[in-house]
Design a protein around this ligand. Structure first.
Ligand code: THU
Length: 387
């Protein structure tokens, strides 16, 4: 068993702050959100005993206050030799924000004694999906989404509206993707948010000169871009996938990665719908991985064919092939993904090929716009109300 010592340390620390003068039973809980961040909380009692609050509920409150809604793992630690399994009420609270696979660690002062998946802790449970109005509230694609607007008629007002949609009743999307001239507006519209700022370069044609690309990357970085989606000169593969042309693409990716630095994310757009041929997609993907890409992204959304199951499968195969070398590369599925059923098909493919644990915003993104409204089962007009 891998011991999540960071969760244990956080629970120990917060347990010291428990307010439990009546039961003297001090409990600390530490949650790892889907983003990887840790949130902790302790039990809080009061003189009217039944109104006390459990540690898990306090930790959930901290998580919610930080804008996060999904629990990857939780650790519960009491000051007794016996483990403190979450009470019935807390199991339901965890059910609201957890996954079937969410791991619940049960610890005592000596360390973790047991771990159990949420689906086993609360079988046959009642959750958000049982209410038709909240059917997709826990849909994984929401937290994996790069909510995108890359339209010629984008305006500051439209980007502000986009930013408002980014914090949904089901939690924040992963990133906002806009043209670099709108990065400042996007940033201002998302104060204190952990939603990342993404932009595009060499977009959508993939045919700008080297110096222009360098300038555009540097402009985007100055304006606060944390993620850059760069289009490779994909047409070179269609014209002549020679060693020389492949080296050109590798060098372009290498230069961009060096310029943006290790702390920021470089996604490379292959325009798989135009490359079309699996062998060309595989070749281009490998060159991008060799150049240092952090994500392989299917499409710009500006050509007739966007993401397809076949293209995503090829990208994932390249990602898998490179895993033994230690190159951790993610996949961004973009271009025409509009319906929840389409997102579900991709998620099924990714789960089958990469495993359930691989599905998180560090590895997988959906580049989309209208998909969000479809998932929330509402029009963007209604979503905007009340924000
Ligand atoms: N408690 C928790 O914090 N979590 C649980 O899951 C079970 C119980 C707290 C509530 C109360 O303050 C004390 O333990 C005794 O019931």
């Amino acid at each position: 068993m891998i011991e999540p010592n960071d969760l244990l340390a956080a629970a120990r620390l917060v347990r010291e702050k428990a307010h439990a003068p009546y039961s003297l039973f001090r409990v600390g809980a530490a949650i790892r959100g889907a983003s990887g961040r840790i949130y902790s909380g302790a039990n809080v009692e009061n003189a009217a005993f039944p109104q006390g609050q459990c540690a898990e509920a306090s930790a959930i409150g901290t998580m919610i206050a930080h804008g996060e809604k999904r629990i990857a793992e939780i650790l519960v630690l009491a000051n007794s030799a016996e483990i403190c399994a979450p009470c019935g009420g807390c199991r339901q609270r965890l059910r609201e924000f957890g996954f079937d696979e969410t791991i619940v660690y049960l610890a005592n002062p000596a360390g973790i004694q047991q771990q159990i998946k949420l689906k086993d802790l609360l079988p046959l449970s009642f959750g958000p999906a049982n209410l038709p109005s909240a059917k997709n509230l826990n849909h994984p694609a929401i937290s994996l989404m790069d909510l995108t607007s890359l339209n010629d008629d984008d305006t500051d007002a439209k980007i502000q509206q986009l930013a408002q949609r980014a914090t949904t009743p089901a939690g924040p999307v992963a990133a906002l993707c806009v043209y670099s001239k709108f990065l400042v507006t996007a940033k201002k519209s998302l104060p204190y948010s952990m939603i990342r700022l993404a932009t595009v370069v060499n977009f959508p044609g993939g045919n700008l000169a080297e110096t222009k690309i360098t300038q555009d990357v540097s402009f985007a970085l100055d304006l606060g871009a944390e993620e850059i989606d760069i289009v490779i000169p994909y047409h070179l593969y269609r014209q002549d996938p020679s060693t020389a042309n492949r080296s050109l693409v590798r060098a372009l990716v290498e230069r961009a990665k060096k310029q943006i630095g290790a702390g920021r994310v470089l996604k490379v757009i292959l325009e798989t719908g135009v490359l079309h041929d699996d062998r060309l997609i595989e070749m281009a993907a490998q060159d991008c991985v060799d150049g240092g890409a952090d994500f392989l992204k299917t499409s710009t959304g500006k050509t007739p064919v966007g993401a397809t199951i076949a293209a995503v499968k090829t990208l994932l195969q390249v990602i898998q092939k490179n895993q033994p070398s230690g190159r951790q590369v993610g996949c961004k599925i973009s271009g025409g993904v509009r319906q929840p059923s389409e997102a579900d098909q991709y998620l099924m493919l990714v789960e089958k090929m990469m495993g359930k644990d691989w599905i998180n915003p560090a590895n997988l993104r959906f580049g989309a716009s209208s998909l969000l409204d479809q998932l929330l089962n509402t029009s963007s007009k209604t979503v905007n109300q009340g924000y």
